[in-house]
Design a protein around this ligand. Sequence first.
Ligand code: PGA
Length: 312
Amino acid sequence: MPKLHSRIGTFRQLEILLAVHQTGSITGASKKLFLTQPTVSMQLKKLSVAVGVPIYDYVGRKLIFTQAGIEVINSARDVLDGMDRLEMKLLDMQGLKVGTLRLAVVTTAKYFIPHLLGDFLKHYPDIEIDFKVGNRQQIMEWFATGEDDFYVFSHPPENRKLHLHEFLPNPLIAIAQKDHPLANEKNIPLQLFADQPFLIREPGSGTRYAVERHLTQLGVEPNVRMTIESNEAIKHAVMSGLGVSILSSHTLAFGGSSGLAKLDVQHLPIMTKWYLANLQAKNLSVAAHTFLEYVKGYERENMLSQMQEKYK
Ligand code: PGA
């Protein structure tokens, strides 16, 4: 029987395989890797022949991976991650902090994290950053691919595979148009606030999840007028008088909030917090380890909250 390593193709073929899996198509992979489509197709075929059983198939025109293909993909990821880590460790031994830090963050965190990264990169200019933004549901889907080093989000699922590090508060506050009749009121009853036309984030959003859970626990039903898939669009809709909402205070702190009033509503804000999460099964790269230590150092010095204030 031939040795396994001689059967699973070259590193380049494994890279191509992962790119096809990530993008979902030969075309997507060829764009990602700057290769022609026939090259990608041919290398994938060669890999399939080398593996010895079909690793993909077509349903109509859609490429799908077989069970064997999924196994090869999982191993390919381990192999390539391992090579990346080795490369970075060798550079680390030479005193160089290099590599790519892959972060996936929720939309509420996308305002603050770039400031943190700006400071981080002043210390480690050779680390490259790959930064993705999605809602909570997308972040959970990204776990499954295991590509990223860290995920920043609130309301972590019960998932033993995740290592969670409590990060920063993410208060969800009540907002209305600046000259809304409730803008100057104090201690507004929650029901009265929720009876106003209410603008809510899309299903899959952690903000929506927290708002619905909180209101349901208090027996209050919001008068939902619109579902909107973006914090910025909700802010503008509120400014233009379309309704009230509950959003992360971070979405107001960055990018201006003139035209908005923060309302003083009973039982609000909803105090949620962000976590910095990583998959336990994935070894931290040098870049990821350096980032985690940097964040912990900032926490020890109590500098994260100072930084939050500075950029408000
Ligand atoms: P999201 O963010 O509403 O964009 O999903 C929620 C969170 O802070 O976890």
